[in-house]
Ligand binder design. Structure first.
Ligand code: CA
Length: 245
């Protein structure tokens, strides 16, 4: 039936990894409201953790209470602006938190349409018909060079500048997120994740894991396990969202 609402299910996992003393990644979601967010914080001391959790809390609260009469991309833009403001003003008030920031990759689902929102180098993927496709574009120095044809993907992975991101939440008064929508089809599986997953595993490895069709909690656990086994040099976070019908 075309009139039936599309249902989503979700699961997530986060792990400190094997090298980092703390976990600066954060995630949050509400299946009921169709809102899913993953953030990867940066900054000295505990600043990265504060930035990522502030961004998740603020974006989630805004999107959950969004006015449904407002266009989803506008609601998403407002939520990202609010998260940006929350982090920026906190760092202005506390010099020890100066310069903290975070990535944000999110998904807003309304019936058959999903909106991706992205700032930084965390990623959104879609698995459809067993094929994994990266949906978001990294806002990173090396990936922008790759897109311009000035660097190969292999060079980007090895570059000493690979950690430099060109957009982050909380470091400036204004931020422009990428926001775009896709039509969701039953069986689609969306993955939101931090670079602690995508630096350790190739897209082919992620695809092979996701194609196994296990419960979402198991898939999350398998991805984290595989990333740790491959080195676990950074915090690892994955959030899976499945379009049920
Ligand atoms: Ca990271």
């Amino acid at each position: 039936m075309d009139t039936a609402l599309v249902h989503y299910s979700a699961a997530a996992a986060t792990d400190r990894g094997r090298k980092r003393p703390t976990n600066e990644d954060a995630y949050g979601f509400s299946v009921e409201h169709g809102v899913f967010v993953v953030c990867d914080g940066m900054g000295g001391a505990a600043a990265g953790e504060i930035a990522s959790s502030l961004a998740v809390d603020e974006a989630l609260a805004r999107l959950k209470s969004r006015n449904l009469a407002i266009d989803p991309p506008l609601a998403a833009e407002e939520a990202v602006a609010a998260a940006n403001h929350a982090i920026f003003s906190r760092s202005q008030r506390n010099p020890r938190l100066s310069g903290m920031g975070t990535t944000l990759v999110g998904l807003l689902a309304e019936d058959r349409r999903v909106w991706f929102l992205n700032v930084g180098d965390s990623r959104g993927y879609r698995l459809r018909d067993q094929r994994l496709e990266q949906i978001t574009l990294d806002h990173s120095l090396v990936e922008e060079q790759v897109r311009l044809g000035r660097m190969t993907h292999a060079e980007a992975l090895r570059s000493p500048l690979r950690n430099v991101i060109t957009r982050a939440l909380g470091t400036q008064t204004q931020i422009t997120p990428d926001i775009f929508s896709l039509q969701a089809a039953p069986g689609d599986l969306f993955l939101l994740c931090t670079d602690g997953l995508t630096r350790e595993l190739t897209d082919a490895e992620i695809q092979a894991t996701l194609a196994s069709n296990l419960p979402l909690e198991h898939l999350c656990a398998q991805l984290v396990h595989a990333a740790k086994k491959a080195g676990g040099s950074d915090n690892i976070t994955c959030l899976l969202v499945r379009v049920e019908n």
